[in-house]
Design a protein around this ligand. Structure first.
Ligand code: CMC
Length: 435
């Protein structure tokens, strides 16, 4: 029987060490004992950007990047997108099992009855400039909720955690919709408890003077499926930020604001907005080859392409392409769709993209759908943040309940100067002179 260990010979000393292997993984701390002398600190592992480091054990989301598989709690994303509501999937992600009918009724009731914002929070939002980006308003307002709910600091109390989780899942659409209406100069619309999660969101976004808002069922379902596809994605950049921020026992509103800040960047959730800007810039199918050449020359990235984990296809992108057709059946096609399809076709035949395993990711087509439904590009990342809140909070719960987890605190390889004598001010050289 082969041993589940790794034999490591340190050629500096000639010593050999046995390092246990568990779940295809070695523990970084097992390398610390590899030293050249007693006062040597011991070997560290260097992994900028965590390209090959598992930071936790998790039973929430499974991804097989080579086969394009995504599962929440063991259920394939395709089946969840086909058959479930977003709140059903949120329950699954959070509690580990699909809800029974009475459990789902209670859960929907609970979330529906936490959708209101304190009037002071509304006033806080009114204070933003007329042209404030909705994502900035969302992040700041979620952080401000930590002042509305100071009890949220009791993060070791499971009941308290669950209350804040319900509040956050319920209030994200309300804050998002108010951010959107603010940017358009429209009065805010209060939640309507008769409506589903996505229908109510659409109501808060688009209700004008009609007494009751009625969402188009195809568009409401499309938004629901998009929310399901975005609900969690294991240890991505923003979820890792959520865990790191939460590891110091910060309250969940500030942790979600931190995670949403990470999401807003163009390499992560902000990519959907960038895809639309890119398609606008390309403008015509004839301009695609020149654009592709500039990408290959390293002048820019093809936004909505590539993924750290998926190396064959992103299953979410496949499902989104299907939704796009249903949405365009109602709204009429987005004129940029043809450019996007051609761009994908050309890129997938080009050795630059094929050899690097660069395929369309979730953000490549989602922006086209959002735009067809009627959203401005500034709102796209907000639409990502609403459902991802469920994933962030579940990752946070798992981290807090995991006895192996501690405050997140990586090491570094220090490359700067040491022990320099302090020069008097007259003898100092300006850092700018060397620049
Ligand atoms: N366009 C052109 N070249 C690319 C792209 C791209 N979109 N993505 C990666 N590459 C190249 C990269 O330059 C590198 O080439 P080389 O080996 O010659 O240096 C190679 O492919 C490997 O890329 P990497 O930078 O090592 O990959 P990564 O895992 O660090 O980055 C990524 C992943 C998603 C940040 C990156 O693919 C990217 O910037 N894509 C565009 C932005 C985007 O669409 N982001 C959304 C990601 S999915 C949803 C989400 O996370 O929110």
């Amino acid at each position: 029987m082969p041993s589940s260990t790794l034999s490591v010979t340190d050629n500096r000393t000639g010593k050999t060490y046995e390092v246990p292997i568990q779940d295809g993984t070695v523990r970084a701390m097992d390398f610390r004992k590899i030293k050249t002398s007693d006062d040597d600190f011991g070997l560290m592992l260097y992994d900028p950007a965590f390209t090959n480091t598992a930071s936790c054990r998790s039973n929430i989301t499974f991804i097989d990047g080579d086969r394009g598989i995504l599962e929440y709690r063991g259920y394939p994303i395709e089946q969840l997108a086909e058959s479930c509501t977003f709140l059903e999937v949120a329950y699954l992600i959070l509690f580990g099992e699909l809800p029974t009918a009475p459990e789902l009724d209670d859960w929907v009731y609970e979330i529906t009855h936490h959708t209101m914002l304190h009037e002071n929070t509304k006033k806080f939002m009114e204070g933003f400039r007329y042209d404030a980006p909705p994502m900035s308003m969302l992040i700041s307002t979620v952080a401000a909720l930590s002042a509305v709910y100071p009890d949220a600091t009791h993060v070791q109390d499971p009941a308290n955690r669950m209350l804040q989780i319900k509040r956050l899942i319920a209030k994200m659409p309300t804050i998002a919709a108010m951010s959107y209406r603010h940017s358009l100069g429209f009065p805010y619309v209060y939640p309507d408890n008769d409506l589903s999660y996505t229908e109510n969101f659409m109501n808060m976004l688009w209700k004008m003077v009609e007494p009751k808002y009625a969402a188009n069922p195809v568009l409401a379902r499309a938004l629901e499926v998009l929310f399901i596809l975005h609900a969690d994605h294991e240890q991505n950049c923003s979820s890792s930020v959520m865990r790191a921020a939460g590891s110091s026992r910060s309250n969940p509103y500030l942790c979600v604001a931190s995670a949403a800040s990470a999401l807003s960047g163009p390499l992560h959730g902000g990519a959907n907005e960038e895809v639309i800007r890119m398609l606008d810039e390309i403008d015509s199918e004839a301009a695609i080859p020149a654009y592709i050449e500039s990408v290959k020359a390293g002048k820019r990235k093809l936004m909505g392409f590539g993924h750290r984990v998926y190396k064959s296809f992103d299953p979410r992108a496949r499902l989104i392409k299907e939704i796009a057709h249903k949405v365009f059946g109602v709204t009429g096609s987005n004129p940029k769709l043809d450019i996007a399809l051609k761009l994908e076709q050309i890129a997938l035949q080009d050795d630059y993209f094929v050899s690097r395993k660069l395929y369309p990711n979730v953000d490549f087509y989602s922006g086209l759908i959002y735009q067809a439904i009627g959203f401005k590009p500034e709102m796209f990342t907000v639409l990502f943040a609403i459902p991802r809140t469920v994933g962030w909070l579940t990752q946070w719960q798992e981290m807090i309940s995991d006895p192996e987890q501690k405050i997140s605190r990586p090491r570094q390889i220090y490359t700067g100067a040491r022990q320099r004598p302090l020069p008097p001010i007259a003898k100092r050289e300006s850092a700018a002179s060397g620049a």
